[in-house]
Write a protein that binds this ligand. Structure first.
Ligand code: TMP
Length: 393
């Protein structure tokens, strides 16, 4: 197996590990964030994985329900999956605060969620909840206690799992004969075309192409029968999987594979070009922010996202450039951003008329934010690096 290193994003902290105060800086966990392409399976992964319990624990701060975009997204998919597949037994892997699961009857649906704060929530809502990481033993326990599952759903979770061989084999075992496994994760093609290197952080152990997933799933007698391209999280794919030869394969699979091959995702050259573009993006962003700062403008960041952790640490952007970050998540407010230790504030009063420019850390919610911040946009500007460094009017 030939793994080729193609991108170095430097020393990085855990993307969601906001510090309570400066006394925690000395003990902050850091790791070298580099990315590899596996020439054989075509999988793109981090070279070194961060231990899961350092990332997913009782103080995990990302709540899926906090944004309207995501609430609507999960309601819509729950409704359409129910209509199309009429599943009797539903299992969600990585159910966060129950934003998807709550659309199903509590007697029919099971939650798997390693973060204690969220597991408590689905448990209180009445769902059978396993506060565990997904693995072979857990799959066996679920089959024994609840039988095989008709619909297995997972959003922004499978790409977190280090050992995909075990994860997919366990899914194959827990899924009923005519069952469906549906998962959504950031799209490698979208990341490469948007140069959104900030999709890469500790939690995203892999960034999936359909090409790689097809190869990996086949080893476990699983087959992709449909691919949907989504706008959420900066461009994701929703992958529909069945036991091999149990459904007809739809045209969307072939079409996505074709587009990925056309973009060169099966060869190292495309990744080398991406790496070059990432470095260029860094230089352009740092130059622009420095120039605005020299002119004495007040710059803040909008959305204390995992993505902005990657950008700020890779580009070494700290409080000498960004005064503070505004974010609506109460658990992030009053804290310091991972690695660069930029204070996080509530948008009220942080996002006031003294702000001249705002780096859009939450660029994947551009529309929702632009709608909300019409007043700011009348004579001020957001800055983004996606797909290239520019102002948003
Ligand atoms: P995500 O990119 O990982 O989904 O995180 C989005 C973050 O952005 C989350 O911390 C909430 C924050 N946010 C705001 O502060 N204001 C907003 O209007 C939106 C949409 C998100």
């Amino acid at each position: 197996m030939a793994k080729i290193n193609f991108l170095d994003l430097g020393m990085q902290p855990i993307a969601n590990n906001f510090l309570s105060d400066k006394s925690e800086i000395d003990d902050e966990y850091k790791f070298h964030l580099t990315v590899v392409f596996d020439d054989e399976s075509k999988l793109v992964s981090l070279s070194d994985f961060v231990p899961p319990d350092l990332m997913f624990n009782d103080s995990y701060v990302y709540h899926s329900s906090l944004s309207k975009t995501m609430r609507d997204h999960f309601k819509e998919i729950a409704t359409s999956l129910t209509k199309e597949f009429s599943p009797k037994k539903i299992l969600e892997i990585g159910s966060n605060d129950g934003v998807f699961l709550k659309n199903f009857n509590k007697n029919d649906a099971i939650s798997v969620e390693p973060c204690g704060n969220f597991a408590k929530m689905t448990c209180a809502m009445g769902y059978s909840t396993y506060q565990k990481f997904w693995n072979a033993q857990l799959a066996e326990d679920i089959v024994e206690n609840h039988g095989k599952q008709d619909l297995i759903f997972s959003a922004n979770c499978i790409c977190h799992i280090h050992n995909l061989e075990e994860a997919f084999e366990s899914i194959s075992r827990v899924m009923s004969e005519r069952g469906t496994f549906i998962f959504e994760d950031p799209s490698l093609l979208k990341m490469m075309s948007r140069r959104s290197y900030d999709q890469i952080y500790d939690e995203h152990a892999h960034i999936f192409s359909v090409l790689a997933l097809k190869n990996l799933l086949l080893k476990h007698s699983l087959e992709i029968f449909r691919v949907e391209n989504l706008n959420v999280h900066g461009g994701s794919n929703r992958i529909f999987v069945c036991h091999s030869n149990s459904r007809s394969i739809e045209y969307s699979v072939q079409e996505n594979l074709f587009r990925e091959r056309e973009a060169g995702l099966d060869t190292i050259d495309a990744y080398k070009r991406f790496s070059y573009d990432v470095e260029k993006s860094k230089n352009q962003l740092v130059d622009l922010l420095n120039e605005l700062k020299r002119k004495d403008y007040k710059i803040i960041s909008y959305g204390a996202t995992s993505k902005s952790t990657t950008v700020f640490n890779y580009c070494e952007i700290d409080t000498s450039i960004i005064d503070y970050i505004v974010d609506t998540t109460p658990a992030k407010q009053g804290k310091l951003s991972p690695g660069m230790h930029i204070p996080v504030k509530s948008p009220e009063p942080g996002f006031d008329e003294t702000v001249d420019y705002a780096f859009l850390g939450a660029w994947n919610y551009e529309k929702e934010i632009a709608d909300k911040e019409k007043e700011f946009l009348k004579n001020k500007r957001f800055i983004t690096h996606v797909p290239y460094v520019r102002f948003i009017k």
